[in-house]
Design a protein around this ligand. Structure first.
Ligand code: PHE
Length: 448
């Protein structure tokens, strides 16, 4: 039944698509800020440890599950054990949750690109952002455009849509980011930003509870940034040819994602400090602080437009991967064509996205437990669904499937030597699930 299934047309295309999924808003605005306010180098160190202990085994497991199953996230998990479809279901639910806030931000980015061209971005300060985001209808219109673009690409198919678009957008993004990074690092006073980013500030740690908070943030960032626990890599893995190299793909994707996150830090923070500003939290950094920085630069219009285009490309290559997780599943479960599945799912996400968008400013009453809907969706997916999804993927791979069978898949039935087998076994069976459980429980009982 799945023999006519679509496949990536080249290794390059797959890497661009998978790295494109990983590289997104998480790298460009979240990473620099979260690192900066969580003890700088302390965070970076923990981040790298979690990349090794969680990122590598989970990413590799997801690719292996997907390629072995050759189906959407739920069915690929079910193929390993019919009772384990729920591990993939976390992905479908999570993808919906992440998408409904991601498309709102994607919409803002489009607005900012146009505004940068229109008036050099000079008016894009904090007032502009709060005025614009609380306008009700207008942000919804931009959300719609972002969602329509995502839908269009996914409807185009795996090779002609996702692979082709990612193979163009990701390289452009990398060139823009390197350009902005060089510019930023050569500004007077740039060193302060570099220091903020990479020099440990032990005063920031704040004892044991502070350390747990940093660890939790670093873990959350690893999950979000690598698109883990969401079925994305299971779905993308299902389009891999059987002779593809899973271990080297895993390492390449992780290396690219980390390099871009670091480059984003070196592009953004030096510029912010050079103009005497402090990096703001969350969305404030790219939507309020950076535009002010751009407006004071020589050639700021160009830099602002290039920057927001880069953010848009990063967001698009991630949102298509999220939509694909759901569309692949809907196509398998219904008789809908890919185009119809993409359209219907996009309309549903857009509908939820409208509420998320309104909750940011126009209708603050749209809230759950003290968080507006927008924050609530992100909280649910980043802090709950993704770690739980990752936890169950580890158990599924390490215990239900078992290391010998997983190894059979990863080594292409022995054709490639899987040198890190023992390490993989230890991390996927014990270390990663325990780490996730400890941090998860501590964070729930630890207050923050
Ligand atoms: N990894 C993306 C980012 O860094 C977000 C994402 C999460 C995409 C989960 C797909 C799945 O922005």
């Amino acid at each position: 039944m799945n023999t006519t299934k679509e496949q990536w047309s080249s290794r390059f295309g797959f890497i661009m698509a998978a790295a494109g999924s990983a590289i997104g808003l998480g790298n460009l605005w979240k990473f620099p800020y979260v690192a900066g306010t969580n003890g700088g180098a302390v965070f970076l160190l923990l981040y790298i440890i979690f990349l090794m202990l969680l990122g590598i085994p989970i990413l590799l497991s997801e690719l292996a599950i997907g390629r072995s199953g050759g189906m959407n996230a739920i069915d690929s998990c079910k193929k390993i054990n019919p009772k384990w479809g729920f591990a993939g279901a976390f992905g479908i639910a999570g993808a919906f949750g992440v998408m409904s806030s991601y498309c709102v931000v994607g919409g803002w980015v489009i607005r900012y690109i146009i505004n940068s061209f229109a008036n050099g971005g000079a008016n894009m300060n904090a007032e502009y952002f709060s005025d614009f985001s609380s306008r009700g209808f207008e942000p919804i219109l931009w959300t719609f455009i972002f969602m329509a673009a995502t839908c269009f690409i996914v409807a185009g198919g795996v090779t002609k849509g996702i692979e082709r678009v990612s193979s163009v957008l990701l390289p452009i993004l990398i060139v823009f980011l390197i350009g902005i990074m060089i510019y930023s690092l050569t500004l007077p006073g740039a060193l302060k930003g570099v220091k903020f980013f990479i020099v440990p500030d032990f005063a920031e740690i704040g004892g044991f509870s502070g350390f747990i908070r940093i660890a939790l943030n670093a873990m959350g960032q690893v999950f979000f940034s690598l698109s883990l626990g969401m079925g994305t890599l299971i779905t993308y893995g299902s389009y891999l040819p059987k002779n593809s190299k899973l271990v080297s793909s895993t390492v390449t994707i992780i290396a690219m994602d980390t390099a871009i996150a670091l480059a984003a830090g070196f592009a953004i923070l030096p510029a912010v400090f050079s103009f005497g500003l402090e990096p703001d939290g969350g969305f404030g950094l790219i939507f309020q602080t950076l535009p002010v920085v751009f407006s004071q630069m020589n050639g700021g219009t160009f830099v602002a437009a290039a920057f927001f285009l880069l953010v848009l490309f990063a967001a698009l290559t991630s949102s298509i991967s999220l939509l694909e997780v759901i569309v692949a599943w809907v196509c398998a479960k219904t008789k809908l064509t890919r185009t119809w599945a993409a359209v219907i799912v996009s309309v549903l996400i857009f509908a939820v996205g409208c509420f998320a968008s309104l909750s940011v400013g126009a209708v603050p009453e749209l809230s759950v437990g003290g968080m507006n809907l927008f924050e609530f969706f992100s909280f649910l997916s980043d802090k709950i669904i993704m770690p739980l999804g990752g936890f169950f993927i580890c158990l599924l791979t390490g215990w239900v499937w078992g290391i010998p069978k997983a190894e059979e898949e990863i080594s292409n039935s022995g054709a490639i030597r899987f040198r890190a087998r023992k390490l993989f076994s230890a991390t996927v069976r014990y270390i990663a699930p325990m780490l996730i459980a400890v941090i998860f429980i501590t964070s729930i009982f630890g207050g923050k």
